[in-house]
Design a protein around this ligand. Structure first.
Ligand SMILES: Cc1cc2nc3c(=O)[nH]c(=O)nc-3n(C[C@H](O)[C@H](O)[C@H](O)COP(=O)(O)O)c2cc1C
Ligand code: SF4
Ligand code: SF4
Length: 239
């Protein structure tokens, strides 16, 4: 089994890793293979990713469109935190999915509201649900996911200078290291480039909470999956 995953704040890494622990799957971080053009063949291939505005992260879509996948069984685990409306439909339009499932996680999109005070509580529910999903995957459960066109990625709302940095910045470099898109340059006047995935990794991982898209975010609790370290996100997202 091979699992391709994409993560901004650790929920997808946590999920993909737990499935791999239970199944012996090979884990592949999509940012690390985004430049490859390959045919990936395995008995089972899965995709684990956060949904953004009911759609796929654009890098996940580009990776799937740019490569070929051959497997007897395909699955997708689509992470969400507050609402989903046939979000799996987009990946079902790209991959012949045998099984598609939603997994509710603690929220990382602090543009809307802050992270939970004690993420361990909602995460306990996530873990419980994940164990059922793992059983389904091992048993090669099948369901039907109706495909649909891409909704238009959330990144369309955020342009070149969508993010700002306050004077609290210490130039520590964590934001550039967690970024899965190599979109942050500390040595440039234009700190953020045009390749943002909107993963919210930089905003949530910045130690002095200096990055924001809108000012209200600065008063909101940051989020990172408590069972994943910032270094593990950096490792997953480095090229
Ligand atoms: C830009 C953005 C848009 C999001 N849109 C949705 C959404 O439409 N519905 C939802 O339920 N969760 C949404 N989320 C929440 C994430 O999908 C969720 O918190 C996920 O577990 C984060 O995974 P990660 O920690 O692997 O990055 C959004 C998050 C971000 C950053
Ligand atoms: S993570 Fe925060 S403090 Fe560190 S360089 Fe980036 S903006 Fe500055
Ligand atoms: S700039 Fe920030 S939000 Fe955009 S892809 Fe990089 S880490 Fe994610």
């Amino acid at each position: 089994m091979t699992i391709f995953y994409f993560t901004g704040t650790g929920n997808s890494l946590f999920t993909a890793r737990r499935i791999a622990d239970a199944t012996g799957a090979r884990l592949v971080s999509i940012p690390q293979v985004i430049r490859t053009k390959e045919t990936y063949t395995d008995d089972c291939i899965g995709f684990v990713y956060p949904q953004y505005a009911n759609g796929l992260p654009k890098m996940v879509r580009a990776f799937i469109e740019g490569n070929t996948f051959k497997a007897d069984y395909f699955f997708a685990v689509d992470l969400w935190s507050f609402i989903h409306i046939n979000a799996l439909g987009e990946i079902a339009g790209l991959v012949p999915l045998d099984y598609g499932v939603y997994l509710k996680t603690p929220n990382n999109f602090i543009y809307l509201f802050g992270a939970p005070k004690d993420p361990a509580k909602p995460l306990a529910k996530t873990k419980k649900r994940l164990e059922i999903i793992i059983k389904d995957i091992i048993g090669q459960k099948r369901n039907r996911v109706k495909s649909r066109k891409a909704p238009g990625n959330a990144t369309k709302y955020f342009g070149k200078s969508g993010f700002n940095v306050t004077s609290a910045c210490t130039q520590c470099g964590v934001c550039a290291k967690v970024c899965p898109a190599e979109n942050i340059r500390l040595d440039s006047a234009e700190r953020f480039g045009t390749e943002c995935e909107l993963c919210y990794g930089c905003i949530n991982a910045c130690p002095p909470h200096a990055i924001f898209s809108k000012k209200a975010e600065l008063n909101r609790r940051q989020y990172k999956n408590p069972l994943i370290t910032v270094n593990e996100i950096i490792e997953a997202n480095k090229k």
